[in-house]
Design a protein around this ligand. Structure first.
Ligand code: AMP
Length: 364
């Protein structure tokens, strides 16, 4: 039974991000309703679920009528569906942020307008167009689908001219973008939050390692020299889009500074360590932001490492045998390439964390 005066949050998407939002919001007295087409959606255990497609208007209407504020944990809902919700209720972040984040060309165009460096890029719609783009940008380069790419899906690296046709036949049925290949020194992200009141908060940078295009490990970075640069880029994007909520912003680090890769208009996997590693997590701050409540401190509580469990969970007793390890299982069936959980290690300082990281990595 729901409490009649409780604030109810509607979430489009019912995956682990929705589940962790609810786990952060329940102590604040909030209640949650998820819209997700899968009856197995892993957030169903922490709220109510409407089982329907993201663009089913009757279901969206029901979500609006049963909740006070709506947000999303999945950015690829049709923009028309987001507009439909926005016309009837409160949706944060709004359709404009989705329009930008759903299409790599829109995203890079916005970065360019704001003076945020990107890899050189060209939109590609034909094999001749791809050849011309390769001639201009050079090799190596990365060919990506403009839309619906995630976890390295919809991407091909071109190293020699012979790769052009192969990559085109693998990806060419969708609109594409060719990006120059950045020989980065490391990859970092910033989790940034903007409230309905305009208040801003930024977490310390996260340093990220991907394996086969999927995030494997994130490390919190105290006092990274690139923190101010990342905050300045994120602030411009948040303010230009009049964005409300948590946003993840990924960068490549080069000798010339940060090069923007992409934004995610939602809580982000590289910010999962904030649950135990920061004073207030990215999930709670997202909820505070969309409700117009004061944002919480993003200060580190130690040096954190987050390891994703991909495909299957390790035995929980092995993870919990390690001191200061926090275990998160998402309640999802094992499947190759699927994120099914993560662990966070919080140590007193980066040296201690780095020394203990091997034990955490040995879990997978
Ligand atoms: P994305 O889906 O765009 O975030 O790409 C997934 C991963 O592929 C990134 O985190 C990088 O490790 C790699 N990658 C993507 N684009 C580039 C690029 N232009 N140059 C070098 N590596 C890239």
């Amino acid at each position: 039974m729901s409490h009649p005066s409780a604030t109810r949050i509607g979430i489009i998407g019912g995956g682990q991000l929705g589940r962790m939002l609810a786990l952060a919001g329940i102590p604040l007295g909030l209640e949650f309703v998820f819209l997700d087409p899968s009856p197995e959606a892993c957030a169903r255990l922490v709220g109510e679920q409407i089982v329907a497609d993201y663009d089913e208007l009757m279901a969206l209407e029901r979500l609006v009528s049963e909740t006070d504020v709506i947000t999303l944990e999945f950015e690829n809902i049709p923009v028309a569906a987001a507009r439909f919700v926005q016309e009837r209720g409160l949706l944060f972040p709004g359709p404009r942020a989705l329009e930008v984040a759903q299409d790599r060309v829109n995203e890079k165009t916005l970065f360019g307008t704001l003076g945020i460096p990107t890899p050189p890029w060209r939109a590609v719609d034909s094999l001749e167009g791809l050849r011309a783009a390769v001639a201009e940008i050079g090799l190596p380069a990365v060919l990506k689908t403009r839309r619906l790419g995630y976890d390295g899906k919809g991407q091909a690296v071109l190293r020699t001219p012979e790769d052009i046709e192969r990559a085109w036949s693998a990806l060419g049925s969708a609109p594409l973008i060719l990006e120059g290949f950045i020989a980065f020194r490391r990859e970092v992200s910033i989790i940034a939050v903007r409230s309905r009141t305009g208040e801003l908060a930024f977490y310390p940078l996260s340093e990220n390692t991907h394996e086969r295009g999927i995030l494997k490990l994130s490390l919190s970075r105290a006092h990274d020299p690139l923190q101010a640069e990342a905050e300045a880029h994120a602030r411009k994007v948040l303010e230009t889009l009049d964005y409300v909520g948590t946003m993840g912003f990924e960068f490549f680090v080069t000798d010339q500074g940060l090069i923007a890769n992409e934004i995610a208009p939602r809580v982000h996997n590289t910010g999962h360590w904030t649950i135990e590693g920061a004073a207030v997590s990215q999930f709670e701050n997202h909820l505070r932001a969309i409700l117009g409540l004061p944002l919480g401190s993003t200060a580190l509580r130690g040096a954190a490492a987050m390891l994703n469990f991909i495909g299957e969970l390790p035995p929980i007793e092995r993870a919990l045998a390690l001191p200061d390890v926090h275990f998160h299982g998402y309640g999802k069936a094992p499947r190759p390439g699927r994120k099914v959980g993560h662990a966070t290690l919080v140590a007193r300082n980066e040296a201690e964390r780095d020394a203990r990281l091997a034990e955490l990595l040995a879990l997978t």
